[in-house]
Design a protein around this ligand. Structure first.
Ligand code: SF4
Length: 494
């Protein structure tokens, strides 16, 4: 059982006790609050202090206090100093909580990238293994999975051309709000939001026209397209048709390697909409159950049942979709390890090409955290282990992986695919191999220096909310100039 200790405070003192120390504490206490002042004597806390001569870490829970001290090496560089303090804190928290985090004290988002980078720098497998197992205290299982993913990604990354890019279009609307969601998505059932959808689609199509023109001017080759959200199928059939037609007109689909649309939720995904996606060239869709338990669906604020998901999936197959992803979430409120097993088994029995297993992430903007509901979760680590076991046994391979802050037990999100069905867009975006041109509210265009490993990355942000995106649309279009300037600069510094 994971118990969310919402009341514990994290207190940090000294330059080396910063961001990394906070995140080390959050591996064990994801919902803890960062406190500026020392809490009262009876309050629970995690304290990390870095003084010039002494590091101190301390945990007080239920009146019991445990601590450790260490003398930092005098000549240590700032990074080493920070790592030494985090290591001390991690060791204490492992002991106090009895939790053995599968990723050890690794706090980064992209573990697989460490392998690509170390390989590129000439490191052999023993050195990489040592780095994962000793330096970060990862389990051998997580290391092995990271290597498996790196190996699967290698040919995809090797085939990437310097002027490749992908295009993303965002639909920030949903039929209702899920309790764990922190995304800016608006509920289309609200009258004020419904009125925004039509002008939003008009602006988005205009922005996609401008995106195509920008890509052409910069000499970029669009490799993959992705319509995400929110829930793209929350648009009406007519709006969805216009958006899909706009994508098809702007980007030569015969040259596109992959075109994903998140059909997302069955409560707004009709047969007509699934046919439109197929007709206008989507090659991969997502139908995301999150769980196949009706009770858990209710707990998270979904207005559909597991049977609706099954119907939607069968309809998608019937109208000709041959590459379908299904998302599941481990750790949803009210779910159990056995319940999660049933969800996994149901998803596997449907035989989709991709299954993505997320671990619940507690975002401060979500209703789950805001309302402090559901402070107890069944054993989420056991759920994630189960997903590895069942999906591997069913012939799925892990092909991409990322971690987020605030994820229960610092666990991961993993995309699994049948052989030959790895989603290219997910690999490209995670490994930052090429530019992603984003259109729509909340979108962020990520510009990557062509052909350079860890070259410059710049971002151009769109307005976050649909209303401001529509109202200030001229500025959205004007910002496309930034893409051109980025590539001009890159060609000057070649
Ligand atoms: S469907 Fe996705 S984006 Fe929409 S409310 Fe639920 S979690 Fe958020």
């Amino acid at each position: 059982m994971t118990v969310l200790e919402n009341t514990i405070k994290i207190v940090l003192r000294g330059a080396a006790a910063g961001y990394e120390a906070e995140h080390t504490a959050r591996i064990f206490f994801p919902a803890a609050e960062l406190a500026k002042t020392l809490p009262g004597e009876t309050e629970d806390l995690v304290l990390a202090v870095a003084h010039s001569r002494l590091d101190l870490v301390l945990v007080r829970r239920g009146g019991a206090v445990q601590w450790r001290v260490a003398r930092p090496p005098r000549s240590a560089a700032a990074k080493e100093r920070e790592f030494a303090l985090c290591r001390l804190l991690y060791g204490l928290l492992r002991e106090v909580t009895g939790i053995r985090p599968p990723w050890g004290m690794m706090t980064g988002v992209r573990p697989v990238r460490i392998i690509h980078d170390m390989r590129a720098a000439g490191a052999g497998e023993p050195a990489i293994r040592e780095h994962f197992l000793s330096h970060f205290d990862c389990t051998p299982g997580r290391y092995a999975m990271s290597v498996q993913i790196a190996d699967l990604q290698r040919p995809v990354l090797a085939a990437a051309e310097p002027m490749d890019c992908s295009v993303y279009a965002g639909i920030p609307f949903c039929p209702s709000r899920c309790s764990y969601c922190s995304f800016v998505s608006r509920t289309v059932g609200d009258c004020s939001t419904r009125a925004l959808v039509e002008p939003y689609v008009e602006c988005l199509c205009r922005e996609l026209d401008a995106t195509r023109a920008t890509a052409q001017r910069c000499g970029l080759n669009v490799k993959t397209l992705y319509i995400g959200g929110g829930t793209p199928t929350s648009l009406s059939a007519d709006q969805l048709r216009r958006l899909m037609a706009c994508m098809a007109e702007n980007f030569t689909l015969s040259r596109i390697k992959e075109f994903t649309v998140e059909a997302g939720r069955p409560d707004c995904t009709s047969e007509e909409k699934l046919r439109i996606l197929k007709e206008y060239g989507a090659t991969r869709i997502s139908i995301n159950p999150q769980t196949f338990s009706d009770e858990v669906l209710r707990n998270i604020g979904r207005r559909h049942t597991a049977a609706d998901i099954l119907d939607c999936y069968r309809t998608a197959r019937r109208v000709g979709h041959t590459n379908i992803n299904m998302d599941l979430i481990a750790g949803l409120p009210g779910d159990t390890v056995e319940g999660f097993r049933r969800s996994l088994e149901t998803a596997i029995s449907l035989d989709p090409e991709n299954i993505t297993v997320h671990t619940l992430t507690l975002k401060r903007a979500s209703n789950l955290v805001v309302e402090h509901r559901a402070a107890e979760y069944d054993d989420v680590a056991a759920m994630v282990e189960l997903s590895h076991e069942l999906l591997s046994a069913a012939g799925y391979q892990p092909y991409y992986l990322y971690r987020q802050k605030g994820t229960l037990q610092n666990l991961e999100n993993v995309g699994w695919c049948k052989p030959g069905y790895a989603c290219l867009y997910n690999i490209y975006i995670m490994e930052e191999v090429h530019t992603i041109l984003s259109a729509g509210a909340g979108g962020s265009t990520k510009l990557v220096t062509p052909g350079a490993r860890h070259g410059k990355i710049e971002r151009i942000f769109n307005y976050k909310y649909p209303a401001e995106y529509i109202d200030r649309f001229d500025t959205v279009l004007a910002r496309k100039e930034g893409v051109k300037q980025f590539y001009e600069q890159c060609s000057r510094t070649d």
